[in-house]
Design a protein around this ligand. Structure first.
Ligand code: IPE
Ligand code: IPE
Ligand code: MG
Length: 250
């Protein structure tokens, strides 16, 4: 679209619901600052962030976005105080218990990106059970939760798994392509994100989907994650719809 036909910045654009992105990925950031602004403990920010996540997940399902990927806990987030880590893990457990109860009714598939092996056995079990149960839900709306996820860690795990397959004669080192390596990532079989959103004012990826985001469109906002609403997502999608994605072509 010619630049003079684009609406000026600041004016709300309309979403074209007939051509939504297939895959939206969100770095759910800003919970701590949201709590601090209110004089609350950081853990209260994570609880509010979990509510924002529920709202956005249902909204994506309702408007028909096939894949939503959210960054819930990074490989670096273990550096936080033990109490905060436990609170985040507790919120995740509650959410997964809820998912297991209502998954078929709500029509979501749940999947995880990240190294689940170091999680507590009960949380890991909930993750595995949610993924197993998802197979019974018809495809259409999938939420990928990045939990103990780091893009660099994902690549190392993928290369190690590929190496093991090479040694077992199941893969050939001479045939390594982008497609082959993609098949070993946590996101195997899932299309790359079209739109990556980071709220909270930070302008960085923080190890989120570096391989998969190679050609994603990025959208940043100062809104803190607990304040993120479907209206904010609509702004991001409307902006995304004005972008000219060339993928290296002309
Ligand atoms: C994101 O919010 C949640 C996690 C990283 C688990 P933060 O906790 O990073 O919030 P800020 O960035 O400190 O405000
Ligand atoms: C990224 O946010 C991780 C999640 C939102 C889960 P962080 O708050 O951990 O990122 P940095 O430390 O600001 O880069
Ligand atoms: Mg943060």
């Amino acid at each position: 679209m010619a630049f003079w036909k684009k609406k000026p910045a600041g004016e709300a654009r309309e979403v074209d619901f007939s051509r939504l992105p297939d895959h939206v990925a969100i770095i759910m950031d800003g919970n701590g600052r949201w709590a601090k602004k209110r004089g609350l403990p950081r853990t209260a920010g994570h609880a509010a962030g979990a509510e924002a996540f529920r709202t956005i997940a249902y909204y994506c399902r309702d408007i028909g976005i096939p894949y939503l990927t959210v960054y819930a806990f990074s490989t670096e987030n273990w550096r936080r105080p033990q109490e905060e880590v436990s609170a985040i893990m507790g919120l995740l457990k509650n959410y997964l218990l809820e998912v297991l109860e209502k998954m078929e009714r709500d029509g979501f598939r749940v999947h995880f990106f990240g190294d689940l092996s170091v999680l507590s056995p009960d949380l890991r079990d909930l993750c595995l059970r949610s993924m197993e149960r998802s197979k019974q839900v018809p495809p259409g709306h999938q939420v990928n939760i990045c939990l103990n996820y780091g893009g660099r860690d994902e690549l190392i795990r993928a290369v190690k798994a590929w190496q093991a397959d090479c040694q077992a004669g199941k893969a050939d080192p001479a045939d390594l392509t982008e497609e082959v390596l993609s098949g070993y990532l946590d996101s195997a079989g899932i299309p790359d994100p079209d739109l990556v959103i980071r709220p909270s004012g930070e302008l960085r990826l923080s190890n989120f989907l570096p391989w998969q985001s190679a050609y994603a469109e990025f959208w940043f906002s100062d809104v803190l994650w607990p304040d993120f609403t479907p209206e904010v997502l609509n702004q991001a999608i409307a902006d995304f719809q004005t972008r000219d994605r060339r993928f290296g072509g002309v």
